[in-house]
Design a binder for this molecule. Structure first.
Ligand code: FRU
Length: 325
């Protein structure tokens, strides 16, 4: 039989310390298991744009057939991504954007919409009036810019609901906590926190608790299923709600496979979102857990198949050594 052509997909990830990024690569590896002739070259940049630029250059040297990238910050990563695209190497941008249209496919939920959903939900929680503290993600990353804008636009018509303080948590809990601790004493009667992701939302919860301040409503983003993640925080009442932000891991691999097989892929793959709160968290986490279980089954089957393949190879080698084939 003719051997199928092997493809190398380069994946440049901005960082992978948090559960959301771990879920993303997990989804990618599972999807890859269905496509054995695609190999993944993976690099993560520890949330550092300069490191990420260097890593994309390294991937280029490895002769990748396609690049998947989640750029740490939009502007700094734009020139190198354009360079890859201009070499004729297909580019899939996932979650965070670059400041250019030179890519084949962008995958992600609409972050402006996510900000709006959070703003409308905040307004419905607060009623007439309230003081909001907003904890933003890394300022130069596209989801932070878009979530902030959507949130502000949703609240524009509510004159007595005000974002009284904005701090940057750069997507990480300890930075969010430090930033909030510095300002929280000077915020008069905060009634709600909007954090651009759930790890920073948890940080806000901890700050209010540690300072023995009256608890506030907290809205986060991600609603990741599993232990120690957003859906659990909603379920335990640590945060009030979270806006679902799918990772796009599986879609990245599927679209990469399509592009490399010369099948059409749309310029934008928009992932669905929804607000997760006490009204639907049980249902949504049950569904998510079921999917996670099925994905684990797939992984197990993959391991069994790999073992069988190894046994088969060993036996073939043995027959060969014995001169039987
Ligand atoms: C994970 C993360 C998510 C957030 C996304 C934005 O690293 O911070 O929590 O939704 O990145 O790009």
């Amino acid at each position: 039989t003719e051997k199928e052509k092997e493809y190398v997909i380069g994946f440049s990830q901005c960082g992978d310390a948090d559960n959301w990024r771990k879920a993303m690569i997990g989804e990618m590896r599972r999807e890859l298991a269905f496509n054995p002739n695609f190999r993944l070259l993976y690099k993560q940049a520890d949330d550092n744009s300069a490191v990420q630029i260097k890593q994309v250059k390294e991937l280029l040297k490895e002769n990748i057939d396609l690049l998947i990238i989640s750029p740490n910050e939009a502007a700094p990563l734009t020139p190198i991504v354009e360079e890859v695209y201009n070499k004729g190497i297909p580019v899939i941008v996932v979650d965070r954007k670059i400041a250019s249209q030179l890519y084949n496919n962008y995958i992600g939920a609409d972050n402006y919409e996510i900000g709006k959903i959070a703003g409308n939900y905040a307004a419905s929680l607060l009623g007439e009036s309230g003081n909001i503290v907003e904890i933003g993600g890394l300022p130069a990353s596209s989801p932070a810019i878009e979530r902030r804008k959507g949130f502000a636009d949703a609240l524009a018509s509510h004159k007595n609901i005000k974002v009284v303080k904005q701090v940057n948590g750069n997507w990480v809990k300890p930075i969010a906590k430090d930033a909030l601790l510095k300002v929280i004493d000077n915020v008069t009667t905060p009634s709600l926190v909007f954090a651009h992701n759930d790890v920073m939302a948890l940080g806000a919860y901890e700050v209010f608790k540690e300072k023995q301040l009256p608890p506030v409503k907290i809205i986060g983003v991600d609603a990741l299923p599993g232990k120690g993640a957003g859906m659990e925080y909603v379920n335990n009442g640590i945060i009030t709600a979270s806006v679902l932000y799918p990772t796009g891991g599986a879609e990245s691999i599927r679209n990469a496979v399509s592009l490399l097989n010369n099948q059409p892929v749309p310029k934008e793959t928009v992932l669905q979102t929804l607000i997760v709160d006490s009204a639907n968290v049980r249902m949504t986490s049950l569904q998510a857990d079921k999917i996670l279980e099925q994905q684990k089954d797939i992984e197990q089957q993959q391991i069994v198949m790999d073992k069988q393949q190894q046994t088969y190879q060993t036996q073939r080698n043995l027959l060969y050594v014995l001169g039987i084939t």
